[in-house]
Design a protein around this ligand. Sequence first.
Ligand code: FAD
Length: 433
Amino acid sequence: MGDNFDVIVVGAGLAGASAALRLAQGKANVLLIERGDEPGAKNLSGGILWGHDLDRLLPNWREEMPLERHIVSKRFGFLTRDRALSFEYEDAAWSKPPYNAHSVLRARTDAWLAKKAEEAGATVISQVPVEKLNIENGKVHGVVQGGEVVGAPVTIICDGTNSRTTLGTFIRPPQRLSEHHTELGIKEVFKLSKEEIDGRFHVAPGSGRAQEWVLSNLPDGIMAGGFLYTNADTISLGIIVNIASLKSQKMVSHDIIERFKSHPAIAPYLAGAEMVEYGAKLIADGQASAPAYLWGDGFMVCGDAAGFVFSNGILIQGMNYAIRSGILAAETALETLPKKDFSSAALGAYGQRLEAGHILSDFRKFRKVGKVKWNPRIYKNYPSVMTETFHEMMTERGQPKAHTGEIVKRTVKQGKVGRLRMLRDLYAAYKEL
Ligand SMILES: Cc1cc2nc3c(=O)[nH]c(=O)nc-3n(C[C@H](O)[C@H](O)[C@H](O)COP(=O)(O)OP(=O)(O)OC[C@H]3O[C@@H](n4cnc5c(N)ncnc54)[C@H](O)[C@@H]3O)c2cc1C
């Protein structure tokens, strides 16, 4: 069991690059392996980064990292065939350092973070897809590449949602991905000048807005949401579709994104913009692996590979958990290296850190959020009830006026959803979101 490195990190996304940087800062001999042409080349996020975990790695990251815009408002709404209803939260504090969140393009941020790891002393190699983990006597000991073992007493697995390296091993929980709670994310990036973006989204230079929409302009049964984020001189637009609902209908994901883009409330933002990037990726939100699969003899699992993605329909957060779990795994490895104990019991300190760092507790607390978010009535019935109610309240036709209560009674009846059912859904949202 020869050791080429102290620690091998598989995958240079935000989880892997954070782990490698923290290990290099702690003077460990670390190898970071990425399958893409370079770190970030294969990564996709909406993407709004809540990056305060980076404070622990690089205090000046906000000045140095290639960030797009700081987000000053968040809009959430519903799109029916030709109507839109939304609310927007704007906060003056978000316009001031240290800011709440930033829009990012992963090809830039991930490459930058991996470079920081390299500068700190990590060995970073790209264009190398790890074939499999090297498992000896039930323990992970590095990886197998090109038929040869690259050994290390600790391997940190950060290879994303559908973690190929853990597939078919004892590390991957049975039925790790449920299609009912797995989503397909598709994103397109459009080029637009900075000035056009400032004007169209009514933002000051450097500021940006984030929008998320429930798509109710799709065939019955399909459950999907859309997002629209401003970058420095591009716009990120995408959809997130529930896989089980997509399979049940005869519609391809391309048609869903086209309907989102051509909606009257969205199309003006894109007028004349040229698409410059396209990508698709799976999201297994709220499906954090059970502790038994997060660490063991010689290994720890971080980020998407561990299922650490949270989404409640209004926001999606995975990058923050990826960074935090990567740092926590690295700190666990730094603690165990001098003791030369890489057993499951010793690496169990990672579990304690995940608990103390609120990762496990967050996913426990919100484990039922998928049931609320993927309630078909949110996509089929409620948007039409709400937009019809506002339509009735806002349209003047010289007809007798009705009290709001009468309007709501009528639109709820038209929306074919019983009042009791609606109250139950509201209670579930109140309890689980
Ligand atoms: C459409 C969409 C929108 C999203 N929006 C947001 C958002 O706005 N905010 C947010 O916080 N999160 C968002 N997320 C979630 C976020 O993207 C992920 O949670 C985050 O990328 C996880 O980081 P990671 O490092 O764990 O995994 P990844 O970013 O997936 O990185 C995994 C890395 O491992 C590499 N790899 C894979 N297999 C191998 C192998 N065999 N050998 C070597 N390397 C390998 C990959 O190439 C990749 O670089 C979004 C996701 C999607 C799909």
